[in-house]
Design a protein around this ligand. Sequence first.
Ligand code: FES
Ligand code: FES
Length: 161
Amino acid sequence: MISYKGYNAVDLHVNGETREVVIKPSETLLSVLRDKIGLTGPKAGCENGDCGACTVLLEGQPVKSCLVLAVEAIGKKVVTVEGLHDTEVQKAFVEESGFQCGYCTAGFIVNSYALLEENPDADASEKVEWLSSNLCRCTGYEDIEKAVDSAQRIKNNSESR
Ligand code: FES
Ligand code: FES
C-alpha cells in the first residue's frame, strides 16, 4: 500500500478483476465502487444500513456496502450486480418484471443470488425473511417474489440435470 497525504493506493478485487484505486481510509466501499471504479449498480439509498440498495457480495456474503470501509475489502473478493449479469437471478428479474423504478433492484438481485447460493431450497417464509433486509419504496414485492421463485426453479432444475 502506497500512502500520500492521507490517501492510499490499494488493490481491490471486484467482479474478477484487480482494480487499483487511491482512497482515504474513511471512504466506504459503496462510494469507491461507484465514484472511483464506475460501478453504479450498487445504489446509495439510506446510507445507514436500512434499505439494502447498496448490497454487494464480500467473500460470497451479502453486505451493505455503505457500512463497509473500502479498506476492509482489501484482499477479499467483491461482487456487484454487474458481476451477476446472465445469472438465473438477473434474468428472472427481467423476465418477471421484478422492478418498477429499479432503484432497489441491484440490491435485491445480489441478495437473492446470495440466498439461493446459501439455501437453494429456501421455502417462502425463509425467502421473505432473508430479503427483509432490502426495501422497495415502490412496494413491488409481489413481482420481486415471483422473480426469486422463478430463479430458484430454473437454478434447481439446471443443477438436477
Ligand atoms: S444505502 Fe446501504 S443500506 Fe441503504
Ligand atoms: S422498484 Fe422502485 S424502489 Fe424498488
